[in-house]
Structure formats: C-alpha cells, structure tokens
Write a protein that binds this ligand. Structure first.
Ligand code: MTE
Length: 312
C-alpha cells in the first residue's frame, strides 16, 4: 500500500491520483466518521423510498461477506465534495429530488426523464457485487437498481453510437468544483458492448434503501469488473457518442488511469501493487482476481483488444 506524503499536484499539475494523501490518515477519518454515525443511517431526507421492494437476484451474491453498511456509507470517494473521508457529511447537501437525467447525442429522441419516472419503467432488483477501488481497497455491497441494458433499450441509441457516456451533475453545493486543477465534470464511459453486458448496472439503492448521496444517489453506474472510478456517481446526463471521450481520471493522468480500467492483479498501478486488496471494515486482505472475479461474464468483451491498455 503506498504512502504518499504530499499530493503531487502541489508541485506539478499532471499526476493527480484518486489515492488520498496518506492511507493511515484516511482510515482514521473513516473510523471517526463511523463513530459519529453511531448506528444512525445516513440519508438525504428528501429521497423517497424505493418504489417497491426489489427482489434479490441470486445469480449475483458477491461471493464473500458483506461489508457493514456504516462503512459503505462513510468510506467514499467523491471528489466533487473533497479528497478525504469527511465527504459523506458534506454530500448530504446534494438535493436528491427533483432529479432529472438528460439523454442526448446519438439516439432516436433526446429527452429529459425524471428519476422517479425512470424507476417506474425499470425492472428493479438487488445484486450483491464486489467493489474494487484502484486504491487497492474493496467492499462487497448489495445494490438495488436495474441492468444498464434496460436503460439502453429505453433510450434507443442509433447504430452509429459506439460509446455511452455518463456525466455527474455539477451542483453548486459541491465545494471542490471550485478547484480548477480538476477537469470537471466527472465523465466516464463504456463501449456499447460493455454497457450491454449483463453485469453493467444502474444503482439507485444500497442495503435496500435509496442510494445515499455520498454513494452517488440518486442514480449511479456500477460496473464491478472495473476499478471503482469507472462507476460515475449522481448522473445528470447520459450521452451516446461515436468518438471515445476523454474520461475524468484519464484526462488527469493517462499513465495511471486509463479508459478501460479492468481489474487485474498482475498489472500494478505505477505506484503500488494491485495483487491484493484491503477489505474495508476488517483487517483482512484478499487476493485480487482478474476482472474482479467476473471474467467468465466479461473477458470475451476484450478479445481482439489485447494491444490496448486494458488493465489501467
Ligand atoms: N463519481 C464521481 N462523480 N466523483 C468521484 O470522485 N469516485 C470514483 C467512483 N465514482 C468518483 C465517482 C471512485 S475513485 C470510486 S472507488 C467509487 O466512485 C467509490 O464509490 P463508493 O464511494 O460508493 O464506494
């Protein structure tokens, strides 16, 4: 696990990392945050309940013990709010309703859809997924949501669309948007075949309740075979594009955070190993698995792409 004593961008703008300054400090902050929580659930008050109890899909059971809810909701990365583990508190300021998602670009009919209308049209279910951050920590959590496939069907992209692009809202309540070293907005993207894969999921809930803002409420992407930074939070725009966009972290440091970002224990981050992962909320470590253990579902997506930097 790397110890970074100062942020690189303090002297040079080109090497920003999602790794927070010092891992030890981060763990401490996470611990104090969870103490402050003391059994209380962290929710944005105005988010309505999920429209119906979503059945758990037994095909996705995570394969290991669930992370405690308090950790999943306090140990977060969401740079729009800041760079350390106190952000879960500030993120409560993000108003979850009204909330609309704009569909634009290469599709039959551009439109703006209210998130609750969207939920009514989508087949909600619960899936337990492993969640692996590029920073070499991991969680296992139950997301409520719907397959991205279902959203693609509703959006009707044109045959010329090669990528689906997810853009996080830029809300005035987000203090770090004023930090000009970041190329806001936070943008992520998948190829159309990645997006159509059964594992690609749009999450609207966590632990059976509406998705807290710090986890990307009211709606985020969840792609469990990739490093967590691909899973853009609090999505306001979904765009279909022919050209691959420069994604947020790729734009900041393409040598460390690429477009594909598939989990691979054998391809180290330039500054740390990816061979194993720290399980948040415990002192345990586990070996990292290729594609985060989801290779049987996704490895075929990358046949013929071996010349590309698929794993960072
Ligand atoms: N989305 C936005 N908009 N901003 C972010 O900073 N961080 C990413 C991803 N999505 C991030 C984001 C990273 S680095 C990770 S590991 C996951 O969100 C963390 O998700 P979690 O806080 O729900 O565990």
């Amino acid at each position: 696990m790397p110890i970074i004593t100062r942020r690189e961008w303090e002297t040079r703008g080109a090497r920003i990392t999602p790794e927070t300054a010092v891992i030890g400090r981060r763990t401490l902050l996470g611990a104090s945050a969870s103490l402050a929580l003391a059994g209380r659930s962290v929710r944005a008050a105005e988010a309505p309940a999920l429209p119906e109890a979503a059945p758990r899909n037994p095909a996705f059971d995570g394969g290991r013990a669930l992370t405690e809810e308090k950790w999943a909701e306090t140990y977060n990365n969401y740079y729009e709010w800041g760079e350390d583990k106190t952000i879960w508190r500030d993120a409560q300021a993000l108003k979850q309703r009204p909330w609309t998602v704009k569909f634009e670009g290469l599709l039959n009919q551009p439109r703006v859809v209210g998130v609750d209308d969207l939920l009514k049209q989508m087949p909600l279910e619960e899936r337990v997924y492993r969640h692996r951050c590029v920073e070499a920590w991991a969680m296992t959590v139950p997301w409520t949501g719907f397959p991205l496939q279902a959203l693609l069907k509703m959006a009707e992209p044109l045959g010329s669309a090669k990528f689906v692009v997810f853009e996080t809202v830029q809300d005035p309540s987000m203090p770090n948007l004023r930090n000009p070293i970041y190329p806001w907005p936070y943008v992520e993207a998948l190829t159309m075949d990645e997006a159509a894969n059964d594992l690609a999921f749009m999450s609207v809930g966590l632990f059976g309740k509406p998705l807290p803002p710090q986890n990307g409420g009211p709606i985020r992407l969840t792609v469990p075979w990739k490093y967590g930074f691909k899973s853009a939070k609090s999505i306001g725009t979904i765009r279909f594009a022919e050209k691959r966009p420069t994604t947020f972290w790729e734009g900041i440091n393409p040598d460390e955070y690429g477009f594909w970002a598939n989990v691979n224990p054998n391809v180290p981050h330039p500054r740390w190993s990816q061979a194993n992962e720290r399980l948040i909320g415990t002192n345990d470590r586990a070996p990292t698995q290729i594609y985060n253990g989801y290779g049987s579902s996704v490895a075929a997506l990358y046949a013929g792409r071996q010349s590309e930097k698929l794993y960072m």
